[in-house]
Design a protein around this ligand. Sequence first.
Ligand code: 6PG
Length: 249
Amino acid sequence: MSEVRVYSTTQHQARACADRLVSIAQQAVSARGRFMIALAGGGTPRLTYQLLATEEYSGQIDWRDSYVFFGDERCVPPESRESNARMARETLLNFVPVPLNHIYRIHGELEPQQAADHYEMTLRDFFERRLGLGSPQFDVVLLGLGADGHTASLFPGTPALHAIGRWAAANEVSALKSWRITLTAEAINAAANVIFLVSGAEKAQTVKRVLEGPHQPELLPAQLIRPENGSLHWLLDAEAAALLTSTHS
Ligand code: 6PG
């Protein structure tokens, strides 16, 4: 299943995303006794995380039975302002009762390949050894979209786009003159739900190219994201959706 939803403001968009995450979490916990999420980094999800941390929402997810992973991380220490884990702590994780040993951050402070291998082992220990699954079946992976068409840290023309048999990869992003650690497309596509949360006029052209243009994932890595058995949800604000031709409710 794939859907595109457009919201008039980023506040409405954040609320819709929070409601979607609550619904997925409640279904997961009632069906399997646990909720497994991979959080997005960057700036767009902040509003959603802050909403989930409020009195109104925090009781709606069974955080004690939740397991929090990350879609990607910068190769920086956890206290760095650049760290996605720090952003998630400051907007959400410090305010909900998720046990600390249920948070699996990517160790960006390590050498890139070491950090990727550590995250790979963490994922395989959790999903293969503990759950007996053959793939990282997150209940939801939350993603952003860069104006260059990247998602997580799958950037155009970078080696991680072609990672085979890996769930996590170190990725040298020459455009940023830096390394990143990222879930691979193979890992993301194993999820039950993938939510792209995209806002702002600066993303409109890219949203149109990704959703309505030719399939060119080397240039637009977000097009690699096609959940094998899961659902794909695009939650856009009006500015990011402004150039789409087909109508989306
Ligand atoms: C990161 C994210 C990245 C982000 C996009 C959009 O580490 O920055 O994983 O993929 O989602 O770059 O970023 P904004 O939400 O800040 O526009």
